[in-house]
Ligand binder design. Structure first.
Ligand code: PLP
Length: 501
């Protein structure tokens, strides 16, 4: 070396620099990994969709301490195959009908690769201008696809941000609404704030309320009934709010859901907005699952009235072919979000931010660092176009209709709530007038029978006191034949159970 470092003392230890990102080594191993993943997708049906391992299974298979010396990549991949895959519940299996499917696509994977490879930490505009600007652009693209009003777009007066999960989207908007209210009534009155949802609202809502400092007895969970297909009644919300106001409390936030987690019920957005407006309550619409369907004109009516709400969230990692994690949040008044969440440390100060001409997304979310998630959505939208996304939604719904049709043709089964989107809620109920407890235990056994085969995975819920089975169609690899095979298996289990009984 030259004279520049001639004064730098030689290390007494032998030292050669470790190079963890050698481009040629990267090329070789990444190609190998892509082959591994492609084979995994190709063979996914050969694995039990619901993992059959026992708790703690991995302990006996993996050493208690990390290796001191490096291990070869081939050996690691072999262990993934041998030890990890058996412990996976295969969410991408075409036989996965549980929860809501997490849909994916080649385009989103490639976007995820790019996002990961840049590893931009884009907390403010300057930290990666493209990350911020592309995010603002794709959020406006999506808003357009959903026919959201200009008041939710950057090209209008609002804007959108990509978060990790619905939980974060709800917490951030709730904190904005809370601070708006506290600015009026004084921070010392936080225990007067009341929030509203239904008994079908996702469990993450109550968690977000607690995190935001809403006292638990001020979290109203308004009951729903079968008469309204488990949607939230605007008149009940009004009654609750009026009672709270009369008691000197301060209504602050209402969470409506388009497509509830249990049964995909749809709350009436426009009528709820009318109530929320009358009392100055922030109205958020959680459409994590079903929002994606609203890009099809035949489903857009579920968002009617959206111009009157304060915020809307939708998770492309559910039904928009986008790998976890990705939740889109639009707000009508970004300044309220920013006011509640902004930070201004010296080490992040910069001219563009001070000029107020850029978005600093760190002020729209919980964390500081953030991934370049917009790439995933951008690749999906460009690679497939709106047309293919619409037909993907419609094809899932058509398969759910087929499953519904099978159920209707077998008098032993009943559809408990009308099918919504691609979710069918049903139960086995062979003898009208049976004890509710007996029907429930029969259905628990049916679910156990189906899931223990490893050939199909479904889950259950309870709505209106009724235990039911959920069949959520839409894993990306699912085709008609998988739905047919699942139905045959369900029928076979039912036959066996009824023979026993
Ligand atoms: C799945 C779901 C959530 C949780 O969504 P994530 O974005 O995956 O955290 C919230 N609300 C509803 C209605 C859901 O279906």
């Amino acid at each position: 070396m030259g004279s520049l470092d001639s004064n730098f003392p030689e290390s007494s230890l032998p030292f050669s620099q470790f190079k963890p990102l050698d481009p040629e080594e990267f090329r070789k191993q990444a190609h190998q990994m892509v082959d591994f993943i492609a084979d995994y997708y190709k063979n996914i049906e050969t694995y039990p969709v619901l993992s059959q391992v026992e708790p703690g299974y991995l302990h006996s298979r993996i050493p208690n301490t990390a290796p001191y010396k490096p291990e070869p990549f081939d050996a690691i991949l072999r262990d993934v195959q041998k030890d990890i895959i058996p412990g996976m519940t295969h969410w991408l299996s075409p036989n996965f009908f549980a929860y809501f499917p997490a849909t994916v696509s080649t385009a989103a994977f490639l976007g995820e690769m790019l996002c990961t490879s840049f590893n931009s930490v884009g907390f403010n505009w300057l930290a990666s201008p493209a990350a911020t600007e592309l995010e603002a652009i794709v959020m406006d693209w999506l808003a357009n696809m959903l026919k959201l009003p200009k008041s939710f777009m950057f090209s209008g007066t609002g804007g959108g941000v990509i978060q990790g999960t619905t939980s974060e989207a709800i917490l951030c908007t709730l904190v904005a609404a809370r601070d708006r209210a506290l600015a009026r009534i004084g921070a010392e009155n936080i225990s007067k704030l009341v929030v509203y949802g239904s008994d079908q609202t996702h469990s993450t809502y109550a968690k977000a309320c607690k995190l935001a400092g809403i006292i638990p007895c001020n979290i109203r969970s308004i009951p729903t009934t079968a008469d309204t297909e488990f949607s939230l009644s605007p008149s009940l919300v009004r009654t609750e709010i009026e009672a709270d106001v009369a008691a000197g409390l301060v209504p602050v936030y209402l969470c409506a859901t388009v497509g509830t987690t249990s049964s995909a019920a749809v709350d009436p957005v426009a009528a709820l907005a009318q109530v929320a407006e009358a009392y100055g309550v922030w109205l958020h619409v959680d459409s994590a699952y079903a929002g994606s369907a609203c890009i099809c004109p035949e489903f857009r009516q579920h968002l009617d009235g959206i111009e009157r709400v304060d915020s809307l969230s939708l998770s492309p990692h559910k039904w928009f072919l986008t790998y976890l994690d990705c939740c889109c949040l639009w707000v009508k008044t970004p300044s309220l979000l920013v006011k509640a969440l902004s930070t201004d440390p010296e080490y992040l100060k910069n001219k563009p931010s001070e000029s107020d001409s850029v978005i600093d997304y760190k002020d729209w979310q919980i964390g500081t660092g953030r991934r370049f998630r917009a790439l995933k959505i951008w690749l999906v939208l460009r690679s497939y176009g709106v047309a293919n996304l619409q037909s993907h939604i419609r094809s899932d719904i058509r398969m759910a209709e087929m499953f519904e049709w099978f159920l209707k043709a077998d008098a032993r089964f009943e559809i408990v709530v009308p099918r919504r989107f691609a979710l069918v809620c049903f139960r086995l109920n062979p003898r009208a007038g049976s004890e509710p407890g007996l029907i429930e235990s029969l259905n628990r056994k049916l679910l156990e029978c189906v899931n223990s085969t490893g050939r199909v995975y479904m889950t259950h819920t309870i709505v209106g006191g009724v235990y039911l089975l959920r069949f959520a169609v839409g894993a990306t690899l699912t085709e008609d034949r998988h739905v047919v095979a699942a139905w045959k298996l369900i029928k076979k289990c039912a036959d066996d159970l009824l023979k026993e009984g």
